[in-house]
Ligand binder design. Structure first.
Ligand code: ADP
Ligand code: MG
Length: 627
């Protein structure tokens, strides 16, 4: 028997492991299971290379819980270790990075550290009062050895009898970590980290219903069923992303999506990533149906390293807009042992980012070219994603220009350039400025859209959380300006040279202002008396495009307007001197005049959904009286 002290340069690593890594103790199981998988795969490689000539047999990894003995065992039938190897890999190498680790990472996210300083195996001490390794190397004539330590940090190493090749890691679970003796807890962790490992992972048994060999047949010839216990394999060793796209059907992609996100709606389409130069990356990204619910859909991509789950927060690894996608990215080349801010400047990460962005843009472009109708059908679900990409990623912006669409109020779709051509003739104003009219809501702007159509103008629908940022971007790209239908009266938005004479005298016009000033909040409304066409409403409410957009961008964030504080709501109350009702209002006197003005104002507010509370009740009362 050999006794010794684990080679630790700094005082004692164990209290530190416990302290710093405490917040995420569960990863010990990921580390031990992936070591077991590594050991199994190494043996497979040796066997294929002809260096290991015996039978491989079943290479599955077993996780065995013994609640009575308070142990958790991770068993593999892989390469195993000789005594020398235990000395080298467990006693020495394990802590070669300890000092460095202490210096650099004491304040950092513990999740990113483990597994990268040879601490993988030692993470077992986070939950154990004693750890034993029983191992028999695959090498001819090897003797089995047992290593044992309570993490104090001394160890014992001795020869033992062990029949089967491979390694058992036996954790004597600490009394503070009893949760890891619960079956549900363990299967939860296995499911999170080990679901797609490349070697079968067995945890306990499950029952399966089979034909009872002694069972009788019923009248339809069906044999009675009986239930048997079979090994419970918790993982899928052949996840879709490691297969070749040619071997997969659309259904396979969908069912894999279901495996990743049970009980969610089907995705729209997918992209299969497969790169081996200049970095290694595989994965499948799915486009979910976004429905303007950006926050809900964000950050669902799962990051794997050689099929071991690492994290589901991929910010800084992929461009922000891509975090709206779902799916899996698997790359051994993404450095996980560094801080997140460092990731952004890592050249591999940048290359990966660029590659994914390009793939996504190519996919969208391909879909657009191949079947435009189908692309249009998907547009409502993907436009938020595309807008997000255009706004945040210049490379994507360039690529996305040709397939960015505008949808009009008649549900027709146009590319930006085509749309510009379509409306150029009608919607260029007297100053040669091309104005694109838009609405955020077909229902709310129903009458405004109708009057724009009557004038021969077209209206695009711009909705969603990013609309106002996006509009500013398109304005720059196309050299046009966008105006929402309620930004002004339509004749002012697209002003042509026609001057409509007023039916009222200057005096009469001047008398209108005070009437309305008395019934609206002065700080909120600017009253404008204007000669519009007779068919235009008597009283209109408009809101400056600029102010409204600033406010929206402030609300959506990133508008850079925060130093201005919260901007007040400001509106214009436009009175149309040419409407018959206004003539009538001028002629009436006293209380009568006031009721008419109030009624006209309330109707205007009502049509903008701005009449609320007591004002709404008063309006209803007054209307009943009037009829
Ligand atoms: P890493 O896996 O990053 O090398 P670990 O601390 O997890 O670091 O493991 C240290 C070393 O111990 C491994 O590289 C391997 O050589 C050896 N080892 C650990 N677990 C096993 C196992 N189950 N079978 C064979 N060797 C193992
Ligand atoms: Mg390891």
């Amino acid at each position: 028997m050999q006794k010794g002290t684990i080679n630790v340069q700094s005082e004692n690593i164990f209290p530190i492991i416990k302290k710093f890594l405490y917040s995420d103790t569960e990863i010990f199981l990921r580390e031990l299971v992936s070591n077991a998988v590594d050991a199994s795969q190494k043996l497979m490689t040796l066997s294929i290379a002809g260096e290991f000539k015996k039978e491989l047999k079943d290479l599955k990894v077993e996780v065995i819980l013994d609640a009575k003995k308070k142990t958790l065992t991770i068993r593999d039938h892989g390469i195993g270790m000789t005594q020398d190897e235990v000395n080298k890999y467990i006693n020495e190498v394990a802590f070669s990075g300890a000092e460095e680790f202490l210096e650099q990472y004491k304040d950092k996210d513990p999740k990113s550290i483990i597994g990268h300083f040879g601490l993988g195996f030692y993470s077992s001490f986070m939950v154990s009062s004693k750890v034993q390794i029983k191992t028999l190397s695959h090498k001819k004539g090897s003797k089995a050895v047992q290593w044992e330590s309570k993490g104090d940090p001394t160890f014992e190493l001795k020869e033992i009898k062990k029949e089967h090749r491979g390694t058992d890691i036996i954790l004597h679970i600490d009394k503070d970590s009893k949760e890891f003796l619960e079956e549900n807890r363990i299967s939860g962790i296995l499911n999170k980290y080990c679901k797609f490992l490349p070697i079968d992972i067995e945890f306990g048994t499950k029952s399966e219903s089979i034909d009872d060999p002694k069972g009788k047949k019923d009248k339809d010839g069906n044999i009675e069923k009986t239930s048997i216990e079979i090994p419970n394999i918790i993982n899928n060793t052949q996840p879709a992303w490691i297969k070749k796209p040619v071997d997969l059907k659309t259904e396979d992609y969908k069912s894999f999506y279901n495996e990743l996100y049970p009980f969610t709606e089907e995705p729209l389409f997918h992209i299969h990533l497969n790169v081996d130069y200049p970095f290694n990356l595989t994965g499948i990204l799915y486009f979910p149906k976004l429905k303007n619910q950006i926050e809900l859909q964000k950050n669902k991509i799962q990051l794997y390293s050689n099929q071991v789950f690492i994290t589901d927060s991929v910010e800084n690894i992929v461009p922000e807009f891509l975090t709206l996608l779902h799916g899996v990215i698997d790359s051994p080349d993404i450095p996980l042992n560094v801080s997140r801010s460092y990731l952004q400047s890592d050249s591999n990460v940048r290359k990966i980012s660029n590659h994914i962005t390009k793939k996504v843009a190519d996919k969208l472009s391909g879909m657009f070219k191949k079947d435009r109708k189908d692309f249009e059908n998907k547009w409502d679900d993907i436009n938020v994603f595309i807008q997000y990409g255009i706004l945040t990623d210049e490379k994507f912006h360039e690529k996305a220009k040709p397939f960015s669409l505008l949808k009009n109020a008649k549900d027709e779709y146009f590319t930006l350039e085509d749309y510009k051509e379509k409306v150029k003739a009608a919607q260029t104003d007297k100053n040669d400025k091309l104005v694109i009219l838009y609405s955020h809501d077909k229902d709310e702007h129903h009458s405004l859209i109708a009057s724009a159509h009557n004038k021969g103008y077209d209206v695009v629908i711009m909705d969603g959380p990013l609309a106002s940022h996006y509009i500013s971007k398109v304005e720059q790209d196309l050299g046009v300006s966008f105006a929402r239908l309620d930004a002004d009266t339509i004749d002012k938005i697209i002003s042509k040279d026609e001057n409509i004479p007023s039916k009222l005298s200057k005096e009469q016009e001047d008398s209108l202002k005070p009437i309305f000033e008395e019934i609206v909040e002065k700080e909120k409304y600017t009253i404008q008396v204007e000669s519009l066409s007779e068919s235009e409403k008597p009283v209109l409410i408009t809101q400056s495009e600029f102010m409204r957009r600033m406010k929206e961008q402030q609300a959506a964030g990133g508008g850079g307007m925060n130093m201005m504080g919260v901007m007040p709501e400001m509106y214009n109350l436009v009175i149309n001197t040419n409407h018959a009702l206004i003539s009538k209002l001028i002629e009436s006197k006293g209380e009568n005049q006031k009721v008419l003005a109030k009624q006209a104002l309330d109707l205007a507010l009502l049509s903008h959904g701005m009449l609320k509370g007591k004002d709404l009740s008063d309006f209803v009362e007054r209307s009943f009286e009037l009829i």
